[in-house]
Design a protein around this ligand. Structure first.
Ligand SMILES: [Zn+2]
Length: 265
């Protein structure tokens, strides 16, 4: 069946974001695999919490998907180290998290996996790749990638008949439109649509007025003073996460190595 935002528990975001969610859902419905996953997501009563902070993740404790409808993912060549190979849509990112949310074994799949960080990620990326194939999006063979800002949640890259790679999106009529050319190996900051400004840098974000003396701990002021993270902060954070994940992986492998007679660490 066809899905709209009304079928889901949605939190956060503005009207444009709900439009983007509807775009994403109509687009994902073109993939039988994604359609089935989203149907299961309705049954799990998972909350889709919209953000603009490049946070695509699934929190099992609160059964919540965090989704940024403006972040696409640049897929990277895992074999030849040739850099970027294309861009997956924000909608595909939502489908990836939906796979986690509907994965009954999610909690048991936290063992490390060299290419995918965790077993749960290998499972999710495998389903994601099937969806990508059905939608004509690039597949990825690892859990990596770089963020690219998009305005349309369906915006991604697709290879044309001549082997060229184009930016395409699903327009409101459901037709696929070419909106630009993608250069393999490049890492654009945003999709090629002139009317889409990238998110403003932190310096442009208005900060809260100074709290009155003696009232500095006011929760209201703390809330309004929160500044969205800049792309460079996010890269730094991702780097820290990747290092932590690599350390966990190494520790697990060392423990396994200890069980192999004669194998030095
Ligand atoms: Zn994941």
């Amino acid at each position: 069946m066809a899905h709209t935002a009304k079928d889901f528990v949605v939190e956060g975001g503005d009207r444009d974001d709900v439009d983007r969610l509807n775009q994403a859902l109509a687009y994902l419905d073109q993939s039988p695999t994604a359609n089935a996953v989203m149907q299961r997501l309705i049954a799990t009563k998972t909350t889709i919490k919209i953000n603009h902070e490049d946070d695509d993740s699934y929190q099992s404790d609160s059964n919540t998907i965090n989704w940024d409808p403006r972040s696409g993912l640049i897929a990277i060549d895992p074999v030849d180290n040739a850099g970027s190979i294309g861009v997956g849509s924000a909608a595909l990112g939502l489908a990836h998290e939906a796979v986690h949310a509907t994965d009954e074994h999610f909690a048991d799949e936290q063992a490390c996996d060299i290419d995918y960080d965790f077993v749960a990620e290998r499972q999710a990326v495998e389903v994601e790749d099937k969806i990508a194939q059905e939608l004509g999006e690039p597949q990825r063979y690892n859990h990596g990638g770089e963020t690219v800002w998009v305005n349309n949640a369906t915006e991604h890259t697709a290879t044309d008949n001549n082997g060229g790679i184009n930016w395409v999106e699903r327009n409101p009529d459901g037709a696929t439109e070419v909106v630009g050319v993608f250069k393999p190996g490049s890492y654009p900051g945003s999709a090629p649509m002139p009317e889409i400004p990238p998110p403003p840098p932190p310096a442009d974000v208005p900060t809260a007025p100074a709290a009155p003396a003696g009232n500095s701990a006011s929760p209201q002021f703390q809330a309004t003073a929160t500044t969205p993270e800049s792309p460079s902060t996010l890269v730094a954070e991702k780097l820290l996460q990747a290092r932590a994940s690599a350390r966990t992986c190494l520790r697990e492998l060392e423990q396994q190595a200890d069980l192999v007679p004669g194998l030095a660490r």
